[in-house]
Design a protein around this ligand. Sequence first.
Ligand SMILES: [Zn+2]
Length: 372
Amino acid sequence: MSGRTTKMLRAVLSVLHCTGADRLAAPFTGCDGVIFMLHQVVPGARRGFEPNGILKVTPEFLDGVIRQVRDSGFEIVSLDDVKERLSAASKSQKPFAVFTLDDGYKDNRDFAYPVFKRHNAPFTIYVPTAYADGHGELWWLALEEALRRLSHVDIDGVARSYSLATDAEKNAAFHDIYWWLRKIPENRARGVVRDLAAKAGFEVSALCRELVMDWDEIRALAEDPLVTIAAHTINHFALAKLRPEDARREMIDSIARVAKELGKPVRHFSYPYGDEGSAGPREFEIARDLGIETAVTTRKGLIRMAHADAMTALPRLSLNGDYQDARYVKVLLSGLPFALRDGVKSVLRPLSGGLRSEAPLALKYPASASTR
Ligand SMILES: [Zn+2]
């Protein structure tokens, strides 16, 4: 989401909360469930140049969200329970909430897990297998680190040159380069970041070993039945940018690998980046062909019973740093911002098309800077 869109949405959410409009509208917009998306959970405030800081929330914020979700009448369930909850036979009257974390950061174990454990709340971590192997590329963090270290950058072969004397210049350069990389072919984009990291004096995959859990650590965490481990491709490529056979291979092999490492079947999948340019009907079909029970995008939206026909194209609600304010979570849970954006009629309209449409019942937001 652009900075301007984020600011607008924050302003709307703030007004809705202050006026109590979220409570008044709840009967019209209420949902059957919600899947929350998190990335890093770390203590302390963001400061200075940290463009990926939007992916971080504090343990205290997570604690507050869990309390608020339960206070709002939601039941926190495992991803394994979602299929049953969306079946006609489901007996539950309460809406459900699911917590998911992408990429497998060590901080999920160190700071998020104790919070979930304290609340006896289940959660799922989606792991890219190359990351757990220690040779994956957290390229967005590598780009940040390279720009932090350098005072000027020229990108080889293209007319892109940036002065990096101040945090403002570094931020502007990050966003410009980030969105350019998101558009160009994956292998080329990774090569650009590798070159920048080399110029800045570090190796991209070193970040992976520093920040992401390895298989032994993942297995140890997964011994707790509150924890579900699921697949997130091998290399964290935007699948829709790949050739069909390569996209399929990223999905099949990662699912098989996580199953082998954990010693049990993998039932869930998360599309890297998860926006329209990264996962679409082709990927939704592949996930369904592979027998995946749920697959999540980063399209914003709440879950309704109609999603039973679109289980491999589920929307999520991001709990990223831009919304690190408990008031926003309360308003988002009411579903009102989605109704306002789409028009209440379209939110209430019965769905058709299932997987043929793009992430049905999800908002058509632009690709967000807070999805990885
Ligand atoms: Zn990811």
